[in-house]
Write a protein that binds this ligand. Structure first.
Ligand SMILES: NC(=O)c1ccc[n+]([C@@H]2O[C@H](COP(=O)([O-])OP(=O)(O)OC[C@H]3O[C@@H](n4cnc5c(N)ncnc54)[C@H](O)[C@@H]3O)[C@@H](O)[C@H]2O)c1
Length: 314
């Protein structure tokens, strides 16, 4: 098969390409390289540079593909800077929603029947200590990013009734690993590299979230996508634990990168407006199919700290 992966030159895309390659499949990437990098992709991977927020990208990508058969569309392109989307709602309208809208038009244009989407726990909003299952509703996101992910799910669901044969909606927790392009570990490692004596943390460090290693995330998505029977399926993909605190993560990063550093916490339970300080996933649906991650949140973090530190040369 050939997979078309939007946003595939970022953090998660390269691991998905590797996972598909293990089963003998090729990938083609569409990315505007706003955050992604050509160097993240192996030499054989074709890269089409296009801004999927623009309607013209549909024609551009279709002609760059030159009639090549595409079997599956994996839509990963989105804004990854949630605070930036809170400051300016047009960021998520463009990069999180319109990329979905145009990816669907492109899938239809290419006759692709299978569409898989990188959604997020952000669609659930702030549910406190409730263990969140896929059945939960109504969904009331608290960030523009979460709102545009939910709108994207809705748009994909509607397309599944007409153009698409099958839509898989995968709600990720926080994902860690390399090549890191954003996120708490990269932020902490870079801060400590520039000042090994102090680590400034957004919020009071009590935020507690679940973390999944990128190798396991792509494995879980791949597993679910190979078994999909229904026209639409939604899965939480993550560890079953209650997550780890930002304070604990800060301590682990300091221990690896700058043991002398003092950790300076900010005020308030949230790192930024729209931050969900605590969430707990119910992962029973995917577990019932036979998949669960082997690393819990803490093991995923410890492994990824070392990977990110090496990426940053420390
Ligand atoms: N990393 C996480 O913790 C996490 C958690 C939940 C959901 N997700 C979702 O997974 C997907 C992949 O995330 P990631 O961590 O690899 O992020 P990333 O920023 O590394 O990758 C996203 C890619 O999309 C590209 N892109 C952005 N806007 C685009 C546009 N208008 N046109 C074309 N390309 C565009 C970027 O250049 C980048 O390469 C995203 O949809 C993200 O929302 C990630």
């Amino acid at each position: 098969m050939t997979l078309l992966i939007s946003g595939g030159a970022g953090f998660i895309g390269p691991s998905l390409i590797d996972r598909a390659a293990r089963d003998g499949h090729d990938a083609i990437v569409i990315d505007n390289l706003s955050r992604g990098r050509r160097e993240h992709l192996g030499a054989p991977t074709l890269l089409i540079k296009a801004d999927l927020a623009q309607a013209s990208s549909v024609e551009h990508a279709a002609s760059a593909l030159g009639g090549r058969r595409i079997d599956e569309f994996w839509h990963l392109a989105a804004n990854s800077d949630i605070p930036a989307g809170v400051e300016d709602p047009s960021v998520d309208l463009r990069d999180t929603f319109l990329t979905t809208f145009h990816s669907l038009l492109l899938a239809e244009r290419l006759g692709v029947r299978h569409f898989f989407f990188a959604s997020s726990s952000a669609v659930y909003g702030d549910q406190g200590s409730t263990r969140i299952s896929e059945e939960l509703g109504p969904l009331l996101p608290i960030s523009n990013y979460g709102a545009m992910k939910l709108a994207s799910e809705a748009q994909i669901s509607a397309a599944a009734e007409s153009a698409l044969g099958r839509a898989g909606l995968y709600r990720f927790p926080n994902v860690v690993g390399v090549p890191a392009t954003h996120g708490v570990l990269l932020d902490f490692v870079r801060k400590l590299k520039s000042n090994p004596l102090q680590l400034d943390v957004l919020g009071d460090g009590t935020q507690q979230k679940a973390y999944l290693h990128v190798s396991e995330l792509v494995d879980g998505m791949w597993f679910a996508s190979r078994r999909q029977q229904a026209r639409r399926e939604v899965f939480n993909i993550g560890p079953a634990d209650d997550g780890v605190s930002v304070q604990w993560i800060a301590q682990q990063v300091c221990a690896r990168v700058a043991p002398q550093a003092r950790i300076a916490f900010g005020q308030g339970k949230k790192g930024w407006v729209g931050d969900v300080p605590r969430f707990r996933y119910d992962t029973a649906r995917l577990a019932a199919l036979g998949w669960r991650p082997t690393l819990d949140s803490s093991a995923a973090i410890v492994r990824a700290i070392d990977e990110v530190a090496r990426q940053e040369g420390v």
